[in-house]
Design a protein around this ligand. Sequence first.
Ligand SMILES: [Zn+2]
Ligand SMILES: [Zn+2]
Length: 263
Amino acid sequence: MNFYTTILGSGAALPTVARHCSGQMVNVNGFRILLDCGENTQTQINIYRQRLQSFTHICITHLHGDHFFGLPGLVSSMHLCGRKTPLDIYAPAGIAHAMTTLMEVSGSHIDFDIRYHELTHTEGCILQFENDLCRIHAFPLIHSVPTYGYLIEEKPRGKNPVRRYAYCTDTAYTETILPYIQGVNLLCLESTFNNAFAPIAAEKLHCTTSQAATLALKAEAKQLLLTHISARYKEPELLLAEATAIFPNTLLAADGTQFEVHY
Ligand SMILES: [Zn+2]
Ligand SMILES: [Zn+2]
């Protein structure tokens, strides 16, 4: 059974040629979920051959621009390409107001239903969606605006144990999330900065490489995937080296790469 994520954007706030703003397409046995929608995500969807109309669920972590400024353009293109299928969008409170305002002032007409599911809980890992193939849960992270991590869990099929994928960005180091991500098969965590920038990471409520690796270790994750890499790193192998010193089974996201959620 397939369970993998395609990286559409692995950069932090400032997009570069090499790394676009946050976006991932998760495929759980054919069911696709878009995680975050930074600027240019729709172009990345085309470049990396993820069909525009192939997904019905979008999960936005928070309303910083590098995670949702691509959404109005994406929705508009879906309409122009003739979409009739409803779209479910999960995001912190404010998303419906932001989107409807943009659509109104731009005179955009969207000819399909958009159902906004606004997240407001301040603790717990709460089920948001469930179908025959998977469950999607959301849990709060620690950042400068309300922010949620997502836990995607496949449904049991035959004798196979279920695999789980956790997506956590943006967040300061916090052990409050450990119960939600305990033992996940693949843990995608932001690591905007390397260790030398620890004071800036703390001030801006982001993680360093070592903090991400420490969380993976404490959560007993099977594998760690680093993302949300600052544009300052021209040689991101430095980040990988710092993380693997603490948690050896660490991978580094790059735009266009795919990572399987292994058993
Ligand atoms: Zn960000
Ligand atoms: Zn942010």
